[in-house]
Design a protein around this ligand. Structure first.
Ligand code: ADP
Ligand code: ZN
Length: 616
């Protein structure tokens, strides 16, 4: 209905436009016959003239002579002094009709241009309105500065129930939901609610889903836009889109503004080769201005997602901007099972389907991968005309989806998993036992997506001005712990520890060449590099020491590493029981918390830590 109304309108305008054009053209045609003074005289002499009008202008001596020839042609002759022209024709015996103000002239000079302008304006207006309801390419041009944000008003269907796993993440966001629901409760006591929340994690882990669920739980509108939408090739467009987006959001507060892939706009400023980043910087600046601009408790909460927090401009993390960071990780076994449950809700499962077993075999899968897996299984079942999904269907889907997922996260064999579990347990034990490092915040064998098979996370680093020699040695020992555990358990070693080894070696070398911490080299700096890397620097860099010293440095580095290795191995051997238990627990749960990890030591038959002190 609406559609036909619009096309009717555009026909209407088009016809007016055409009519107007024809009108103007005919007017111009009938009056534009050039006529010169000598032609006029000639026509008068040859008696070709039917009638004549003198049309003076009201406010000036100018005017024109309108002549109709006997042949029917109209001619026109303008004059700077119309009375002189009048005198001339009278000399030839003509008696022209003198009209005061001829309507034609007014139409020609005022009305027609006015009509043309009106028509053009209307035509443009029409194109713009056609665009708003999704017009063509020409119409698209009109929409540069619009925000493109999609608004879904508080989709009640997406709530925290739909977000499986991610317990801690949901807990952290609970507070924001409360604020959006009852801002008064917070403002009353002067609480400052974060303006921005940065969701960080690999793609497909449910960041968008979480943001939607926050809006859904609170029942507020949800605006979503992707960072890449801001970055157009035309300068200034991104900034105006940001402005537009926030204007819209302010009208709809309280609400959630969700910016996906924020790294597209919020990349560190002033990096990259050459120029060409003006547009992005402008957009980022505008975003910061907007975020600074609205009051703390105005009810707009900006949530943004990225998987590259390392390349973000630090400016966006300042207080009053994205001052809350929520890490959204790849799910562990338990999380995967929950996600499978959520996504199998609308899919009838056969009795033989074992979601727990599927969760076990899909290490490294994200929520999106798992959803995809069940969907593929449903398609396979439907193709066979079945009304239930069987375990068999899911296995087939796994083969299909697995190939895609493998590209991103690698599917891990159980042997690899076991090795990783012992490797991480080795790191973790040293973190825990050694006095100056740790404590361990979490141990995980979930692949991280950037190549690591697992990780052991110490609590955020203490801010210390100096590193002590002891601490550095302990760092090296922790780094070596993974490899040592592999060696102890499997009597064979893998290539998985290469980055650990590199890290340990670097640290040892710095101790020798920079900090004067070795016995034989002494307190001399053999390393005057700053860590900046410039092309050609290494080539131009002159060695500050002789080959002899070089050899000695290498020997010292090796000595430090060898010592650390031996001591670390001894410690791990002392805690062999914990090593086994920790690896076992990791294989079972994939990720264990600090409490779970430390509990392993409590149950240990108190092999005391004083042994370690002696070792160091
Ligand atoms: P991201 O924004 O992190 O890239 P999305 O939120 O777009 O990921 O997730 C894509 C899809 O994967 C979701 O629509 C949902 O179906 C599924 N999904 C991801 N994580 C979860 C989860 N924790 N619980 C349930 N479904 C999930
Ligand atoms: Zn390691």
């Amino acid at each position: 209905m609406k559609q036909s109304g619009r096309s009717y309108n555009s026909y209407f305008f088009f016809i007016i436009l055409l009519a107007g054009l024809i009108f103007v053209l005919t007017q111009i045609k009938s009056y534009s016959e050039e006529y010169t003074r000598s032609e006029l005289i000639q026509d008068m002499e040859e008696d070709n003239i039917e009638e004549m009008y003198v049309i003076p202008n009201e406010e000036s001596p100018t005017g024109y002579l309108e002549v109709t020839l006997k042949s029917g042609v109209d001619k026109k002759l303008y004059a700077t002094d119309i009375t002189k022209l009048e005198d001339l024709v009278r000399e030839y015996g003509y008696d022209p009709v003198v009209e005061n103000v001829k309507k034609d002239s007014w139409i020609l000079t005022t009305l027609i241009p006015l009509i043309v302008v009106i028509i053009v304006v209307m035509f443009l207006f029409m194109m713009m309105s056609a665009q708003n309801s999704g017009g063509g390419a020409a119409a698209k041009m009109m929409n540069f500065g619009k925000s493109r944000a999609k608004m879904t008003s508080g989709d009640k269907n997406v709530t925290f129930d739909k977000v499986a796993g991610l317990r801690e993440e949901k807990e952290e966001l609970e507070e924001i939901v409360d604020f959006l629901k009852e801002p008064g409760r917070f403002t009353r006591v002067g609480a400052r609610i974060p303006k921005g929340v940065l969701l960080e994690g690999p793609p497909g882990t449910g960041k968008t889903l979480l943001a939607k669920a926050v809006a859904g739980e609170a029942g507020v509108p949800f605006f979503s836009i992707s960072g890449s939408d801001f970055v157009e090739m035309y300068v200034g467009v991104g900034a105006s889109r940001v402005r537009d987006l926030f204007e819209e959001a302010k009208k709809n507060a309280p609400c959630i503004v969700f910016i996906d892939e924020i790294d597209a706009v919020a990349r560190r400023r002033g990096t990259g080769m050459g120029g060409g980043h003006d547009e992005r910087e402008q957009t980022l600046n505008q975003l910061l201005v907007e975020m600074d601009g609205f009051g703390v408790n105005e009810g707009i909460i900006v949530m943004a997602a990225t998987n590259r927090v390392d390349i973000l401009d630090p400016a966006i993390m300042r207080p009053g901007r994205f001052d809350r960071k929520v890490a959204v990780g790849v799910p562990d076994v338990g999380g995967r099972e929950e996600i499978l449950k959520v996504h199998s809700q609308n899919k009838p499962l056969a009795d033989n389907v074992d979601l727990e077993q599927i969760a076990r075999t899909t290490a490294g899968f994200t929520g999106a991968d798992l959803e995809n897996l069940l969907n593929e299984a449903a398609i396979i079942a439907a193709k066979k005309d079945k009304v239930y999904l069987s375990q068999e269907d899911i296995k087939k889907a796994f083969v299909k989806v697995g190939i895609g997922a493998e590209k991103r996260s690698r599917i891990i064999s159980s042997k690899e998993k076991e090795i990783t579990a012992y490797h991480e347990a080795g790191h973790a034990i040293l973190f825990h036992v050694l006095p100056d490092v740790g404590p361990v915040y979490a141990v995980s064998i979930i692949p991280t997506g950037n190549g690591a098979a697992g990780y052991t996370m110490p609590l955020p680093e203490r801010d210390e001005m100096f590193m002590t020699k002891g601490r550095m040695l302990q760092d090296i020992m922790v780094s070596l712990g993974g490899r040592i555990a592999e060696e102890i358990i499997f009597k064979d070693i893998t290539t998985g520890a290469s980055s650990d080894i590199k890290k340990a070696t670097k640290e040892a070398r710095r101790m020798v060449t920079r900090y004067g911490m070795s016995d034989n080299i002494g307190v001399i700096c053999y390393d005057d590099d700053d860590d900046e890397v410039f092309i050609g620097r290494d080539l131009a860099h002159a060695k500050t020491h002789s080959e002899v010293i070089s050899g000695e440095i290498d020997r010292e580095v090796k000595k430090i590493i060898d010592d650390c290795y031996a001591k670390a191995k001894e410690i791990i051997l002392q805690h062999r029981e914990v090593l086994n238990k920790c690896a076992g627990l990791l294989l079972e749960k994939e990720k264990i918390s600090r409490e779970e990890f430390e509990a392993l030591f409590d149950r240990e038959n108190s092999s005391d830590i004083s042994g370690v002190e002696a070792l160091l």
